[in-house]
Design a protein around this ligand. Structure first.
Ligand SMILES: Cc1cc2nc3c(=O)[nH]c(=O)nc-3n(C[C@H](O)[C@H](O)[C@H](O)COP(=O)(O)OP(=O)(O)OC[C@H]3O[C@@H](n4cnc5c(N)ncnc54)[C@H](O)[C@@H]3O)c2cc1C
Length: 443
């Protein structure tokens, strides 16, 4: 079988890439090992840049209709109290996506499989160019061709470009012989979706000195919950029984004290072990990596899916341009790495910092955290930078001066950041797709 671009893995990254390419007349073949939807939790938060990309490929309306808007991130510090008493609120800080000067001024919680369904259905509207093979496992390369096992038969696919979008275990990455450095953390997470009262609509992270509960509302009166535990403690917690979890959730968020009791089986609760890595190269010859095949981030920043879709956007635009302009694919793949690698490194370090903020269960560390989070709100420049950076729409580095303000070494600035100042930090088309502007003096 012949195709322009072979994509191993039909996750969010692979599908977003395939839709973009098929919409531009590039023939794609996607080998996805699964035949049906997976029940595994894989992230649901779509950041503003991802919404902008989904808009450009024509699926935003459907995505919005399937999502719950997150316009704020709330950080609530509490002290729990014994018995039925509600917790004592110590601090509530609200960071607002509306500080981002873009029409994509919110994030969206969308069930992961729903996002994939929408992308797949969109791809199928380009029937001549979109060849999706469910139940097809990519095995590696032989004689420069992709080897897949499909319907118990082994077959070869010949392509101009081969993209590894297989997630954390990537035969394409193995074939590229890249180096990967992994970083582990002292905590794990339990994650599960439970019902929520209709009035519970805001995303929040609730913390005490030693506990952490992230709550992110989904459509249909559900809420994704993420509960931090010490690394290796899952077995012990399970032995304590579900009652222990009901109590922990109820103490931290009384509004969910009743709905959490609908959890009746540990098998519904997924253990999430955070770790990060980043490959040293994104392409080699005519092979390229996107999404989790190239990098994973700590889940604290809610960026994993977003980085995959953002990789897909840049690589897709580049490959479509190569086809349209008759340029050799392999000679231009470096542009993809040039654009994406520094952005991913930056977000990896931001998400690592966010993870550290919640990694030490000490009262003194909590005090530092509370002050640092509150300062992001109090100083508009910090607020704008934080939201812009996590949105993916731009990059505005934190300076030493910023960090000194955040650390309360310097006073907060009273000046509000003007939209046009911030807009200079948004990624321009020439920064997203520099190859189109080379020689035109616009880069
Ligand atoms: C437990 C867990 C929790 C997470 N939580 C969050 C979160 O809270 N927020 C967030 O943004 N991100 C989260 N992530 C990360 C997020 O899921 C990924 O960053 C994102 O899904 C990456 O997309 P991808 O397309 O690169 O890879 P994936 O979504 O992993 O997709 C890879 C696809 O390739 C298929 N595949 C694998 N090997 C082969 C093969 N050999 N042949 C054919 N097909 C193959 C897989 O079946 C899968 O469909 C989480 C990930 C995990 C594992």
């Amino acid at each position: 079988m012949k195709t322009d671009v072979f994509i191993a893995g039909g996750g969010v990254g692979g599908l977003a890439l395939a839709v973009k390419l098929a919409s531009r007349g590039v023939h794609v073949t996607i080998a996805e090992q699964l035949k049906k939807k997976s029940n595994a939790y894989k992230g649901e938060l779509l950041q503003p840049k991802t919404l902008a990309i989904l808009d450009r490929i024509g699926v935003l309306e459907e995505i919005e209709a399937s999502g719950h808007i997150i316009d704020q991130l709330r950080f609530q510090e509490i002290n729990t109290r014994p018995g039925q008493e509600p917790p004592e609120n110590i601090q509530l800080t609200e960071l607002n996506y509306s500080r981002v000067a873009s029409r994509y001024d919110h994030a969206l919680m969308v069930p992961h499989e729903r996002t994939k369904d929408i992308l797949r259905e969109k791809g199928q509207t380009y029937a001549d160019y979109f060849n999706y093979l469910p139940g097809a496992r990519f095995l590696g390369f032989e004689s420069g061709m992709a080897l897949i096992r499909h319907n118990k038969k082994i077959s070869r696919i010949q392509a101009q470009v081969y993209v590894g979008a297989e997630g954390r275990t990537s035969p394409t990455r193995d074939a590229m012989n890249v180096s990967v450095q992994r970083k582990d953390y002292n905590h794990h997470f339990l994650t599960v979706t439970i019902p929520r009262p209709e009035s519970f609509t805001k995303g929040k992270i609730i913390t005490t000195t030693s506990c952490f509960l992230g709550l992110f509302p989904l459509p249909d009166n559900e809420v994704r919950t993420v509960y931090l535990i010490k690394a290796g403690e899952f077995k012990k917690i399970k032995e304590k029984g579900l009652e222990h979890l009901y109590k922990a959730y109820g103490n931290l968020e009384p509004e969910l004290a009743e709905t959490v009791k609908s959890l009746d089986d540990w098998r519904k609760i997924q253990l999430m072990i955070p770790f990060t890595y980043h490959v040293d190269k994104y392409y080699s010859g005519n092979l390229a990596l996107i999404g989790d095949a190239a990098h994973t981030v700590h889940p604290m920043a809610g960026e994993g899916m977003n980085l995959a879709v953002q990789d897909a956007d840049v690589l897709g635009e580049l490959l479509a341009w190569c086809k349209e302009e008759g340029k050799p694919y392999h000679e231009n793949l470096h542009y993809y790495e040039d654009v994406r690698k520094p952005r991913v490194s930056f977000l990896l370090s931001l998400s690592h910092m966010s993870a550290l903020v919640y990694s030490f269960p000490n009262p003194w560390w909590r005090k530092i955290r509370m002050r640092a989070v509150q300062r992001i709100y109090d100083d508009d420049q910090l607020h704008v930078k934080q939201m812009l950076n996590i949105s993916g729409l731009g990059r505005w580095n934190f300076s030493l001066f910023d960090r000194a303000i955040q650390g309360s070494v310097l006073p907060v600035r009273r000046k509000r950041i003007k939209d046009h100042t911030q807009q200079k930090q948004l990624f321009s088309e020439a920064e997203d797709y520099p190859w189109k502007f080379e020689g035109k003096g616009k880069v």
